[in-house]
Design a protein around this ligand. Structure first.
Ligand code: CDP
Ligand code: MG
Length: 682
């Protein structure tokens, strides 16, 4: 028997001094006040809903409480889901530290394209998407004794689907405990959804936060945000700053500008440490947000300040102590799906009032704070919707429906969704899967669909991969799929835009962006992944490394699914044609046709679209395949490729069935192609 107070109950080793230091801090978290009550509740009910402000200790402490209670015996695992991969990784690291174990051993994480857990792991943080993926091979989630669904207020698509699955699983596994955790107050709704669920609220400790609005609407929120950060630094007393922006480029841009402006002020103002935070930042760099503010430059000089510039992730899923000033421009990137034209895009959109409230709350964690909203008060009241829409209401459901099919849930329409998606979205999803050959006309999963569901990719991308051995180019398609699943590799700093364009031109393939990406990937490999070479060519090293990791994982799945890894010899005249055909096999539903007027119309839906200025296409082909549609001032199609009409009627005659095709130039062109094909056959 080990001494329970001095030996680690997971490893049997004596606790380190650091453990006791952290333990003391942990005891101060509000969640510890209700520990006994919480455990009692879990004991008496299968499902417990726990609500508490960000920072009370839900994510870091609850899995540990459950572990202490013995839920990890018999090699069972406690799972805690996070909607964001970066949160899963960061929290796992913290909990490993708190439990005094090595990350990846007793405490681990599992996120798409990155697994850090092992045979000893008994507390695992994973994205909601990963847990859903695991359910495909372990439908009753039998390796888990406890499932904690965290941050459910974010209402991601995967969390919503997990709700429905777990509701069923709980009926069949009376030994399974479910804990649902949320930062906002839709708690009764969550409680009502599950059978026999208890509800508990943890009182938070939030200091008052004073809210300031702008008098006039800001024309350029990025510029206004930078100005406000600098002003706060110059005029406000000590305390760290948190600025919310929408994405990597914007954040890096703001980091540079703020650093530069403050440096130009010399030692009249305190030193600053500006830290970015977004999903594709490597974990070690993300971890830096927990560092302390810099000390004054000289003794008695003005105090230093930490300035964190973050995406929505800092809104609720990561708690950073010491923030006193929040700057909220009021925007975030949101997924928007239009089922009528099957376009899903990430759009910079206004946040909800609930989000604005959360953001402001970040300023009052350790002392009274201030929140500067870069919009007017009347805009807050009139323009912002009250709650953020659940993702399920505005997503392309194709991947989810494919996953449900794989899980044996045939009737997505009658699945127990907390908020059912629009029937139109489900119909569109079924239709798309049918066109891709993933489900047959009776709605059953086909062998191809079965393989597709193994890939953590959108169905079109998965189909392109599954089809690629047929076109003798799976090696190349793997690289392209990996590049398409990674953040943009091309850097284009404003001050060096010309040089960047010139560098990009070295990789350009005249037939479009997919092949250009392939060239970049090959060139990077040929230069031994040299970071300096990347800098010289304005390529984002991190994106390339990311793509490489993705590729490795995709290769693993291909191998396990017995998909052949083959290439057409580069000297073969069909090298590129084969690749383009394989891409067409996945994306034949995303094609635009050039009209005589010079305009592109999307096939079947007849939407006017324009080639995005970033495209490498050096001509306007009659048929253009595109990866995504972005709506800004115009409808742009981005990541484009020249394809031949013949391929369309070859790979997807069922989709290009002219009997239900809208009349127009596109239909006439297809008629000619069919006629040619007939003749060829005769
Ligand atoms: O989940 P909830 O928002 O309720 O809180 P939490 O994420 O469990 O955070 C509780 C406390 O742990 C925070 O106030 C931080 O002081 C600390 N923490 C940390 O120091 N480093 C992390 N990576 C995460 C949390
Ligand atoms: Mg949390």
């Amino acid at each position: 028997m080990t001494d329970a107070t001095t030996s680690n109950f997971l490893t049997g080793h004596p606790y380190s001094q650091r453990y006791y230091d952290i333990l003391e801090k942990r005891h101060g978290l509000p969640i510890w006040q209700v520990k006994a009550e919480f455990l009692n509740m879990v004991h008496g009910h299968q499902t417990t809903v726990l609500v508490g402000e960000t920072g009370v200790g839900k994510t870091t402490q609850i899995p540990q409480f459950m572990a202490e209670m013995g839920y990890t015996v018999n090699r069972k695992i406690i799972a805690c889901t996070q909607p964001r991969r970066e949160a899963a990784m960061s929290v796992a690291r913290r909990v490993a530290e708190e439990m005094d174990v090595v990350l990846g051993e007793e405490v681990g994480y599992s996120v798409r394209f990155n697994e850090c857990s092992g045979p000893k792991t008994c507390v695992k943080f994973l994205t909601d998407g990963m847990l859903l993926h695991e359910a495909m091979t372990d439908p009753l989630l039998e390796r888990y004794s406890v499932v904690i669904l965290d941050e459910v207020h974010e209402r991601t698509l995967a969390t919503d689907v997990l709700f429905g699955l777990l509701k069923e699983i709980l009926k069949q596994r009376v030994d399974l405990k479910l804990v649902v955790m949320s930062a906002t107050l839709e708690a009764e709704k969550f409680q009502g959804y599950f059978v026999d669920a208890s509800l508990m609220k943890v009182p938070g400790r939030l200091y008052p936060v004073e809210i300031f609005y702008t008098q006039e609407p800001e024309r350029d929120y990025l510029e206004a945000a930078i100005r406000t950060v600098v002003q706060v630094h110059v005029c406000e007393p000590m305390g760290d700053v948190l600025l919310f922006l929408t994405g990597e480029e914007e954040i890096e841009d703001a980091c540079r500008k703020i650093t530069r402006e403050v440096a130009a002020m010399g030692d009249k103002v305190g030193p600053i440490k500006v830290l970015p935070l977004y999903s594709t930042l490597p974990p070690q760099q993300q971890q830096r947000i927990f560092e302390a503010a810099p000390p004054p430059a000289r003794e008695g000089g003005p105090a230093g300040r930490k300035i964190i510039i973050s995406t929505n992730i800092a809104e609720a899923s990561l708690t950073i102590d010491g923030i006193v000033y929040v700057i909220d421009p009021g925007f975030t990137k949101q997924k928007v799906y239009n089922p009528c034209i099957r376009v899903e895009s990430l759009l910079v959109s206004p946040i909800s009032q609930a989000s604005a409230h959360q953001r402001a709350g970040r300023a009052g964690r350790t002392q009274p704070g201030k929140c500067f909203r870069l919009y007017t008060e009347s805009s807050f009241k009139k323009d912002l919707q009250e709650q953020t829409y659940p993702e399920i209401m505005c997503s392309n459901m194709a991947r989810t429906v494919l996953q449900l099919k794989k899980l044996g849930i045939d009737d997505a329409v009658h699945f127990s969704f907390m908020d059912p998606p629009a029937p139109e979205s489900l119909m569109r999803a079924l239709e798309l899967l049918n066109y891709l050959g993933a489900i047959d006309d009776d709605g059953n999963l086909t062998p191809v669909g079965n393989i597709m569901s193994e890939f953590p990719l959108d169905p079109q991308l998965a189909k392109m991969l599954v089809a690629s051995p047929e076109f003798r180019c799976s090696n190349e398609i793997l690289s392209i799929a990996a590049m398409l699943s990674s953040p943009n590799v091309f850097l284009r700093p404003r001050e060096a835009a010309k040089a960047a364009d010139k560098a990009k031109a070295c990789f350009t393939h005249k037939d479009g962006d997919h092949l250009t990406m392939l060239n970049v990937y090959h060139a990077w490999k040929n230069h031994n992944e040299d970071p300096q070479w990347c800098d010289e060519h304005f390529l984002n090293v991190r994106s390339l490394k990311w793509a490489d990791r993705v590729r490795t994982q995709l290769v693993r799945i291909c191998t396990s699914m017995n998909l052949r890894l083959v290439s057409t010899p580069f000297e073969d005249k069909d090298y590129y044609t084969n690749i383009r055909k394989a891409i067409t096999a996945g994306y034949f539903m995303q094609v635009a046709h050039l009209q005589r007027s010079g305009q592109y119309l999307t096939v079947k839906d007849n939407q006017v679209v324009h080639l995005h200025p970033s495209t490498c296409l050096d001509h306007t082909p009659e048929w253009t395949l595109y990866q995504e549609c972005v709506l800004t001032t115009k409808n742009y199609i981005r990541t484009c490729m020249d394809i031949k009409g013949e391929w369309l009627v070859d790979v997807a005659p069922h989709y290009f069935d002219l009997s239900n095709f809208p009349a127009g130039e596109c239909k006439r062109a297809l008629e000619r192609l069919y006629a040619k094909k007939e003749k060829g056959l005769c």
